[in-house]
Design a protein around this ligand. Structure first.
Ligand code: GLN
Length: 312
């Protein structure tokens, strides 16, 4: 409502200022060399209301790659293409308690099914389930989904980040071969990884994440246009995973401190939402040891506590 947006407009800049010093305790991701060029202490946020009004503070002009945030939507697309039964034959529904790129639990659920769709193993499996006649068509279908969700008819890939991931992606490659060896991943590993790295390298800004978050907040309906873009049931599934696994092995702590569905990416982006009310996009490239934006998490904690937004 108007009063709440007024409070946000007044307070958000100081909450951003108060969170920036936290970046010092984190590190910009360097395992993808190209990502290490991001500004260490940048921090920006956009909060978007269903009437189209938005409040932004900090460096929200930053352009960054979506990384793991894209996994929320590739999951929804794979569900739309295959249905729940097919998808959940190949990927589980439980948090791991391990790092996002861990292989530790891959042998626990026979025949090597990843614990959930947001750890890399699960997300690579989900990407392999997306329909299309060839690699190009599959990537184009994913990009088209993001066009409709962001309301932008052009989104670019960061080709340098994409190439950097291709070159440095041996851990992801070994995960993919392991999945293929267990017949969890069907198809060509290089092709699946090309599609996976490509959707991770789609460039966005905080406002784009906020717009996508708003659509999730309204169960797949775009309140700005009145169009249904995603099926309600699949959005419900995605938001549940965001709550239980969206911040990887810090999801429990995030649920206690912030209490909102969220998904992070290693570029420092966080997509979050307040159900039925707002979409939120955050960028802060310096990461904590769980791979989540250090200052971004701190900022969301202040905002949620001050606005009393926790779902719990
Ligand atoms: N593209 C990244 C990877 O596969 C995504 C990981 C992330 O954002 N947590 O390592």
């Amino acid at each position: 409502d108007k009063k709440e947006l007024g409070t946000l407009r007044q307070s958000l800049p100081s909450w951003v200022e108060a969170s920036i010093p936290c970046s010092v305790n984190g590190k910009v991701a360097s395992y993808i060399p190209e990502l290490s060029k991001a500004p260490h202490d940048a921090l920006g946020i956009t909060i978007l209301a269903p009437d189209g009004e938005s409040v932004s503070a900090g460096d929200c002009s930053q352009v960054f790659t979506m990384q793991s945030i894209s996994k929320v939507f590739t999951l929804i697309l794979a569900l739309m293409d295959n249905g729940e039964d097919e998808v959940f034959k190949r990927v589980g529904m439980e948090p791991t308690g391990d790092n996002f790129n861990s292989m530790l639990k891959l042998e626990l659920v026979r025949p090597g099914i990843p614990f959930n769709p947001f750890i890399n193993a699960g997300a690579i499996t989900v990407t392999s389930l997306i329909h299309g006649r060839n690699m190009e068509e599959k990537s184009q279908r994913i990009l088209n989904l993001f066009h409709s969700l962001t309301g932008k008819d052009e989104l670019a890939y960061d080709i340098d980040v994409f190439n950097s991931e291709l070159e440095s992606g041996d851990l992801n490659r070994s995960i993919a071969y392991f999945l293929k060896g267990n017949q969890v991943l069907i198809g060509d590993v290089d092709e699946v990884l090309d599609i996976y790295f490509r959707h991770c390298s789609i460039l966005v800004q905080c406002a784009d994440l906020a717009r996508m978050g708003l659509i999730l907040a309204f169960d797949g309906m775009d309140p700005l246009t009145g169009n249904r873009l995603l099926p309600k049931r699949y959005v419900q599934i995605a938001k549940t995973f965001m709550t239980t696994c969206g911040m990887y092995n810090a999801s429990g702590e995030f649920a206690i401190d912030v209490g909102l569905p969220a998904k992070s990416g290693v570029s420092g982006g966080i997509l979050s939402l307040v159900p039925g009310r707002y979409g939120i996009g955050v960028i802060g490239p310096s990461l904590n040891d769980k791979g989540n934006s250090q200052a971004g998490v701190h900022l969301l904690e202040i905002v949620s506590k001050q606005m009393n937004w926790s779902m719990f």
